[in-house]
Design a protein around this ligand. Structure first.
Ligand code: MGD
Ligand code: MGD
Ligand code: MO
Length: 768
């Protein structure tokens, strides 16, 4: 440690760390107080100076020569390097053309994406603030993470964060829960990541402690390792996409055995009798009993009935992972899990009831902060129309077409200009061949990123952004107690500039510089954004460190609110005094509001609806394996896929696909073979890993391998690297939420016998 290098505090979505210069690059070490640091940190050292970095502003040749307009050449064209002043002049002129002409409603600025942990140089905040000052933009609502849950839960339980996500803290699970029934798991790989940063990774420790106390864990899902070893879980492998049927089978057993909590259902819930008519088959002639559920879920009926009896009469927690709702009819398993927890009479008990997403992400289940964290104001967006975030291709391809969303009939706007900063739609969106057509339809696509993602390669104007290690910032998250001084370690790469600097320069050209910068440098902004936090602490505790003290210390512990189960617990203790914010003030097992929308794909109570792309569908007859496209264990989404830890996981350079040995044998596939996954939307290569931790009939290929078309000139090229979104379907969860359904699709897999194409995803595109 006496190499003389200055060690500074820094942070990322996957943890706080220390960084210092080492040789030509940097070295990092996890925060010393983190009991279970994320292995994702190992991606950082190689990443900062990687060839995939964008070194200078670039403009697509076709856009430069022919001007703005729809162009199928996006993603296939050459790039022309351009000096900052010139590119910003051209971009300012193009923004002026669009805002003066078709107007703010022709600008899509949703710019979805995780960008980085720093709260000032937060790309989305920067781009939204800038576009709002221009006159606004078409925005997106909800997230790829929780598209369905964030719409259904407020309608049937209450505010998404307070009622659904924060109602069961880890400390209650550790102390009180007898049985954790986890649909989709609480995978340590997922709890390693938290938006804005996470100073201590606690999930594994809490699960281990609960287990030691005697708590039992059951993981229901296609993968055994969705719960950590420490939980000592029993694995019930289920066919993906069938959890609603399984929960109905469990619920039916409870009713048949008289194990449901009638008193709770009467006092705390609305509309149980209507649901019971459906459950027992009084309304439709089909009893949803264990025997009915068994063939749908691919589980023995006896196991379903046994699980139901095990869940009754003890402190049981039903946890649903986010993945469950990132699928067709994704609203249903979330709603049904809440109904199941209600039938068990557990909602609002300490360590019991229902949790959405505990273990899916680092900062769920931790204590909420009692003071605000630094936040850059995005200003006001005067433009009212919006899209549910995952409907981007629909919008770009179908201007003027009507669609349903959460009880409204809305119309897709006609977009001319798309501005993206801090997200990667070629990572996050489904059916990438369709997304390419969608991006071909706009006049201008502007992308700010630090690396040559496929999204940047499809842009007309590419502006190189710095990475967090190249600037000072403040890292903070609403559910993590440590605010981190993120200190610059490296000089900016090439000509890269901070997003803030880019927008400040654009603002100057567009006559809104003062409004955008408010006359502050980036350093002055950090001091300014620190103030509300400091004031709130001072108001609570009499005094608080000033900015310079915080900065010198490198971090600060923020006060947290009590972990009392929040408003869900308050409702349990006093249902009349602290009613739920639903129409009935109670848990809506039947929602007359939702029933009133008249959606065939989201009726008034939880309902099993067979998927069009899953078990029992025509699709699975043709494409017989269910692909689980889940979150990657070796990186955050597509970020730092070129980093050491992610690269070490690849098989012959391709993303690993896990397949059961029986399914592999039936296809002549051996460990380490390169395989081709395909369906009628597209195809990609991946490297086979045989594993009995995968349910037969399921293959698992994580998201995040950079899209790598074998020949970009083709309309629907093979991705040689393993991006599963060439295969997934671009349809909403239902008319209610229109959420992302990227988690599951049906595919076929075969051994790839051809010459192995090279991986070129990380090579910068051709320029001249
Ligand atoms: N098939 C399938 N698809 C999925 C999912 C799935 O389960 N299955 N999951 C979905 C989910 S839950 C999510 S949240 C999304 C995630 O999708 P995204 O959030 O879009 O994915 P990221 O790779 O995190 O993209 C962040 C981008 O921001 C860039 N960036 C980082 N810092 C900065 C900065 O300071 N400035 C600028 N300008 N850029 C920066 C990074 O280089 C990266 O390209 O994916 C979704 N897609
Ligand atoms: N390392 C890492 N951690 C992350 C992220 C990352 O990119 N990398 N992304 C973060 C983000 S933005 C989010 S939103 C969360 C997402 O959290 P989740 O959406 O919960 O995460 P996934 O890994 O996609 O899915 C979890 C598991 O659900 C199981 N599963 C899939 N489909 C089904 C099903 O139909 N039924 C059942 N019972 N199980 C199913 C799969 O086996 C899968 O491993 O993760 C966060 N954590
Ligand atoms: Mo997410």
């Amino acid at each position: 440690m006496d190499d003389g290098a200055i060690r500074v505090s820094h942070s990322s979505h996957w943890g706080a760390f220390t960084a210092w210069k080492s040789g030509d690059g940097i070295a990092v070490a996890p925060h010393p107080a983190d009991p279970d640091p994320s292995p994702l940190l190992a991606n950082v050292p190689q990443a900062a100076r990687h060839a995939a970095r964008i070194a200078q502003p670039m403009v697509r040749r076709g856009w430069l020569e022919r001007g703005p307009g729809p162009d199928p050449m996006r993603g296939r064209d050459e790039f022309v390097p351009m000096a900052w002043d010139d590119v910003l002049d051209r971009l300012a002129a193009e923004l002026t053309r669009v805002y003066d002409g078709p107007g703010a409603e022709a600008v899509y600025g949703g710019s979805y994406g995780w960008s980085s942990a720093g709260r000032f140089h937060h790309a989305q905040s920067q781009v939204h603030r800038f576009l709002n000052l221009m006159g606004g933009y078409i925005r997106s609502v909800n997230s790829y993470s929780a598209g369905a849950a964030s719409v259904i839960l407020p309608r049937v339980l209450g505010n998404f964060v307070d009622y659904a996500r924060r109602n069961v803290p880890w400390t209650h699970l550790e102390k009180y829960t007898d049985l954790v029934v986890s649909f989709g798991g609480m995978a340590i790989k997922n709890a390693t990541v938290g938006s804005g940063g996470t100073s201590k990774h606690l999930a594994r420790g809490h699960m281990a402690a609960a287990r030691q106390r005697g708590a039992e864990f059951v993981v229901i899902g296609p993968l055994r390792d969705d719960l950590p070893e420490e939980a000592g879980a029993e694995w019930l492998p289920i066919a993906p996409g069938t959890d609603t049927a399984l929960m109905l089978g469990i619920a039916h057993t409870l009713v048949a055995d008289g194990l449901h909590d009638r008193a709770f259902l009467d006092r705390f819930c609305e509309g149980y009798p209507v649901f019971e008519d459906y459950l027992t088959g009084r309304s439709d002639g089909v009893a949803k009993d264990a025997a009915w559920a068994a063939p749908i879920c691919g589980m023995p009926a006896d196991d379903i009935a046994a699980l139901a009896r095990r869940m009754a009469g003890r402190r049981t927690l039903v946890v649903v992972s986010q993945s469950l709702q990132r699928a067709e009819h994704g609203e249903q398993p979330i709603w049904m899990a809440l109904v199941l927890a209600s039938m068990l009479g557990q909602v609002g008990l300490e360590g019991g009831g229902f949790s959405y997403g505990l273990g899916s992400i680092a900062n769920i289940g931790k204590a909420a902060l009692d003071v605000p964290t630094p936040t850059l104001s995005q200003g006001q967006n005067p433009i009212r129309p919006f899209i549910p975030v995952a409907r981007i291709s629909d919008m770009l391809l179908q201007p003027g077409v009507e669609f349903d969303y959460d009880g409204r009939r809305m119309t897709y706007p006609a977009i001319k200009l798309v501005y993206w900063a801090g997200g990667n739609p070629f990572h996050h969106h489904q059916d990438l061949a369709r997304l390419r057509r969608a991006f071909a339809a706009v006049d201008t696509l502007v992308v700010q990123d630090s690396v040559w993602t496929a999204t940047a390669r499809h842009a007309d104007i590419v502006l190189p952004a710095t990475v967090t290690l190249e600037r000072d910032d403040i890292g903070a998250a609403a559910f993590d107690p440590t605010m981190v001084a993120m200190k610059q370690v490296l000089e900016p790469f090439g000509q890269a500039r901070d997003d803030y600097t880019i927008f400040a320069e654009l603002s100057r050209r567009l006559g809104i510089e003062q409004e955008f910068t408010e006359g502050r440098t980036a350093g002055e902004w950090l001091r300014h954004l620190y103030e509300p936090t400091r004031k709130a602490i001072a108001a609570r505790e009499g005094s608080a460190p000033d900015f310079d003290q915080f900065w010198a210390a490198g971090e600060m512990t923020l006060p947290t609110a009590p972990e009392d189960g929040g408003p869900t617990r308050a409702f349990r203790l006093d249902p009349e005094g602290a009613p739920l914010p639903t129409p009935s003030g109670r848990v809506e097992i039947y929602s007359s509001t939702i029933a009133g929308f008249g959606y065939a794909d989201c009726p008034g109570h939880p309902t099993w609806m067979a998927p069009t792309d899953g078990v029992g569908s025509a699709a699975i007859g043709k494409w017989p394996l269910q692909l689980v496209a889940n979150q990657p264990a070796t990186r955050l989404h597509s970020q730092l896929d070129f980093g050491g830890y992610s690269q070490d996981s690849k098989v012959r350079g391709r993303e690993p696909i896990r397949i059961h040995p029986d399914d592999a044998a039936a296809r002549g596939i051996a460990e380490g073979d390169v395989v081709r996954l395909f369906n009628d939307r597209g195809a990609c290569l991946a490297g086979a890993q045989l594993s009995r931790d995968v349910r037969p009939g399921v293959v698992q290929l994580a998201t995040g391998a950079w899209y790598d078309p074998v020949d970009a000139a083709e309309d629907n090229p093979l991705c040689v690297h393993g991006n599963p979104n060439v295969l997934t379907r671009d349809v909403g969860t239902s008319s209610l939420a229109q959420g992302c359904t990227g988690q599951l699709t049906c595919v076929q897999v075969e051994r790839f016998a051809g010459n192995l194409p090279p991986i070129r995803a990380f090579d910068p595109p051709a320029a001249d």
